[in-house]
Design a protein around this ligand. Structure first.
Ligand code: ADP
Ligand code: MG
Length: 222
């Protein structure tokens, strides 16, 4: 337990430093991007496209790091209907799912309101659905379930993807832990942080070759 707290403290310090660096890099990056865009207007070349797409990747990673370390001061928790949030995310993700031959299903039971920052819960859901789509290169199914049980609102996101081995299950929370060529390994770390900021829990169960279930538990709004 002590060790866990120590690890979290360390993560905080490293996170703050990473955010500081990300912030410092942002301005020169914007300048570089602007000038590359100008250059490519003058003399269009395939190199400028590569430079721009790589710059966009740096911007994306910086954005994720900044999000991780962002101090939780100006967030406002409101009573929200989680099912409504899920329906919004499902329609937002529908095109991307369809492109990858993934069908999004739902089983949404009547549930009490949850006290949350809707934007953050959406972010968590989008990260998890993206991971599920990426785990199904030949298509498949994603089912999102909600129900109420023992004082908590429960949400399951179940996919029929490649699954996660026992060893890898232990490491999902680690920053930069990814098995994807273009992955950042930051998505789940952000999900854990946001759900824990909501006094909820997040955990995974999985069977290799069969699929993965993400279990999220959130307290009912008082
Ligand atoms: P990234 O998506 O950039 O790799 P994440 O933090 O979102 O980073 O995920 C970390 C790793 O967890 C992924 O690279 C993948 O190996 C594993 N993972 C997450 N969700 C799933 C899933 N639904 N099915 C299989 N593997 C998953
Ligand atoms: Mg991801």
């Amino acid at each position: 337990k002590n060790n866990q707290i120590k690890q979290l403290d360390q993560l905080g310090a490293i996170g703050q430093m990473a955010a500081g660096i990300a912030h410092e890099i942002k301005n020169p990056l914007t300048t570089i991007k602007g000038f590359v865009q100008l250059l490519s207007e003058q003399a269009k070349s395939e190199y400028s496209d590569i430079i721009l797409s790589e710059l966009e990747r740096i911007e994306f990673i910086m954005g994720e790091i900044l999000l991780l370390a962002k101090p939780q001061t100006n967030i406002s928790f409101k009573k929200e209907n989680l099912n409504k949030i899920i329906l919004e995310v499902m329609s937002f993700m529908h095109p991307e799912a369809t492109i990858h031959d993934v069908v999004l299903n739902r089983n949404l039971a009547p549930i009490p309101a949850v006290s949350c920052e809707a934007k953050q819960i959406k972010q968590v859901l989008i990260n998890i659905i993206k991971n599920a789509i990426e785990a199904m290169p030949h298509g498949g199914n994603i089912r999102i379930k909600t129900y109420y049980s023992e004082g908590f609102i429960r949400m399951n996101i179940i996919d029929t993807g490649k699954g996660i081995s026992k060893e890898r299950l232990q490491r999902l929370r680690e920053p930069f832990y990814t098995d994807k060529e273009k992955g950042t390994g930051l998505g789940l770390m952000i999900c854990y942080k946001l759900i824990e900021d909501h006094h909820g829990t997040l955990h995974f169960t999985s069977e290799e070759g069969k699929g993965t279930c993400v279990h999220i538990k959130l307290p009912v709004a008082t």
